[in-house]
Design a protein around this ligand. Structure first.
Ligand SMILES: [Zn+2]
Length: 609
């Protein structure tokens, strides 16, 4: 009976996924007369790839005519496994259109504007392996201000497949290799189950499984080497690839660098934790930091839900004003311990993936001041790697965007050209120096991370000129579904979030500083990610990575971890659909979501105040 349900599901899944990948095959590069070299461009070629003159001419001419500063050139006969991995990693349309889109590459040949390489401050690797070329292409993509594209070169010969390097290639493309392999095994396992249930229908599923590679590539610009064997003998070819991939121990330059960071972390964390976590916490306070009331209750206790570093954190809620805050709060030393490797170091790549979401929320934020001010200059406080500014510049092409942050991300943002000037430091310390320079100051998901939100608001009131606007977006602790998701409601985000304020508290505090609220967005500020984040955080809690601060885990447990993710990923897909339909619908209907935006204009305080 199972096969009657299972087989149609397998067939539909394989066909839809096949068509999705087929639509991603990079278009063929057309022959073009012209020069094969141009001083404005630099070729980055993986070792053993021999670049022919015709491909050179065509690529240079394409980059010039399309005004691109980055072109990835894919050999048409790229081996089948590498070809499928490429299509899973890169969508040519999003690569072309969005600067936030993660870059990607086949790892063979990259044509890059020489000025771009300089701006991104990368040095050309000598004799790079495909994984190194992929890592480089992804690293420079954010700085490609004119645009990037990926094309198939009919005459460029691919180097033979080397499955021992595949794990490195997957990692360089931003994948978790074990998760990637786990997902590849799902249709195989389902087809085997269908065959065991009934051979007639099972055979139909197996035939579609074997023909799927042809559905992806037949009649396209790519003619992957090894396609017939990978398709017709897929039942044995697929496990063969999995085994060789898992056994591969080869490491790219980027992985060697990551290993060095790991070794450093393995040295640091045991020392930092030797005396326990007690010294990372201040004394518990008995009054609300917002209104001074003593009516405090525990809203929730939570471990470190993202990094899984040791320690338990308590969020308390004020019975009078509703303010939610970490109590006892972390000392500055504690904050730097828990932030370490979250957005830089070991966590840099993960943080980048997290921020590279949909750019629509960034656009909505950027448009909010439109009716009130036409900014010549805009300062984004807590800018991170500058993702908001990269998008906001498209909304406001004549505005100068600067960023401020404590972390090194602000320097990377400047290198990418996503901000004009990066200020590194604490906003309250820099406010006097920045006074009067910006028509708009924005703080998106920033105040909740700070120890002293009042000091940040004072700094904004000081730095803005009269008539200037302050734009703030924050998670909303009054969101009705927050309780439903418990500690896995992303915005509780312990231990990073220090304060979560109801909107009325914020607008009152702004008014006291001469900042009059002129616009509020609630339902529209909702970020549809509650359910998917809860599923992923819960799975992440059960099956975490082995971090340098976590106890060693036996091999068997690591295998189980892979299986948990094979279940969690489809669950996350369902959760994502619920977020975008049901939960987003409720937020719209209630005009109240998991975040809110406030725009306030500096009008000064009435006389005598
Ligand atoms: Zn209070």
């Amino acid at each position: 009976m199972i096969d009657v349900v299972l087989v149609p599901l397998i067939v539909i899944g394989l066909v839809l996924n096949g068509l999705r990948l087929r639509a991603r095959v990079p278009p063929a590069l057309r022959c073009a007369p012209g020069v094969s070299d141009d001083v404005n461009f630099t070729w980055i070629t993986s070792q053993d790839t021999s670049l022919d003159d015709e491909t050179r001419r065509a690529a240079v001419s394409f980059a010039r005519s399309e005004n691109l500063d980055l072109v990835d050139v894919v050999p048409a006969d790229l081996p089948i496994t590498a070809a499928r991995d490429l299509l899973r990693a890169v969508d040519p349309r999003t690569l072309r259109s969005g600067r936030l889109a993660p870059g990607g590459s086949a790892g063979a040949v990259v044509l890059a504007d020489t000025a771009l390489l300089k701006r991104a401050e990368v040095s050309e690797p000598s004799q790079p392996a495909p994984a190194d070329v992929i890592a480089l292409a992804r690293q420079i993509r954010p700085a490609a201000s004119r645009g990037a594209a990926i094309v198939t070169a009919p005459r460029l010969p691919a180097v033979p497949e080397n499955l021992a390097q595949r794990r490195s290639r997957l990692a360089a493309s931003g994948n978790l290799a074990w998760l990637h392999l786990g997902l590849e095994m799902v249709p195989y396992a389902l087809t085997v189950i269908a065959l065991a249930e009934g051979w007639q229908l099972g055979l139909a599923a197996a035939v579609v499984y074997c023909l799927q590679p042809y559905l992806i590539f037949a009649g396209t610009a790519m003619h992957p080497r090894g396609l017939p064997a990978a398709a017709l003998l897929r039942a044995v070819h697929a496990p063969y690839v999995w085994v060789l991939t898992s056994m591969g121990r080869w490491k790219s330059a980027a992985q060697a660098e990551y290993d060095a960071k790991l070794a450093e972390a393995a040295d640091y964390y045991p020392k930092a934790l030797a005396g326990g976590t007690g010294r990372f916490f201040e004394e518990r306070r008995n009054d609300c930091p917002w209104c001074g009331s003593g009516a405090l209750t525990v809203r929730m206790r939570s471990p470190d839900i993202v990094m899984h570093k040791p320690g338990t954190f308590t969020l308390q809620q004020c019975g009078d004003c509703g303010h939610v805050f970490q109590n006892p709060r972390l000392t500055p030393e504690g904050l730097s311990f828990y932030y370490r490797d979250a957005y830089d170091g070991l966590g840099a790549a993960g943080a980048e993936t997290l921020f590279n979401r949909d750019d629509e929320p960034y656009r909505a934020r950027a448009r909010m001041p439109e009716p009130f001010v036409t900014p010549k200059s805009w300062l984004d406080v807590g800018t991170g790697y500058g993702h908001f500014c990269a998008t906001a510049r498209e909304v406001w092409p004549d505005t100068v965007f600067d960023g401020l942050d404590q972390g090194a991300g602000v320097e990377e943002a400047e290198r990418r050209g996503w901000i004009s000037t990066g200020h590194r430091g604490m906003f309250p310390d820099l406010a006097a120096e920045l006074a009067g320079r910006y028509d708009v100051i924005s703080m998106h998901h920033y105040l909740e991370h700070t120890r002293e939100p009042f000091a940040e608001l004072d700094a904004a009131a000081r730095a803005l000129p009269d008539g200037g606007c302050l734009l703030i977006e924050l998670p909303d602790p009054q969101w009705r579904l927050a309780r439903f998701f418990g500690r896995y409601w992303m915005p509780w985000f312990q231990p990073q979030h220090q304060h979560l304020m109801p909107i009325g508290n914020l607008t009152n505090a702004l008014a006291q500083r001469g900042l009059r609220t002129v616009a509020i967005e609630r339902g529209r500020a909702h970020i549809p990610c509650d359910a998917v984040a809860a599923v992923l955080l819960a799975a992440w809690r059960i099956a975490p990575l082995a971090w340098p601060w976590s106890p060693p885990r036996p091999r068997a447990e690591r295998a189980v971890r892979g299986l948990i993710w094979v279940v969690a990923v489809p669950a996350a897909v369902v959760a994502r659909a619920l977020d975008r339909s049901l939960v987003a619908g409720l937020a719209r209907r209630w005009d109240h979501g998991n975040a809110y935006r406030v725009l306030a204009r500096k009008e000064g305080l009435p006389d005598g105040d």
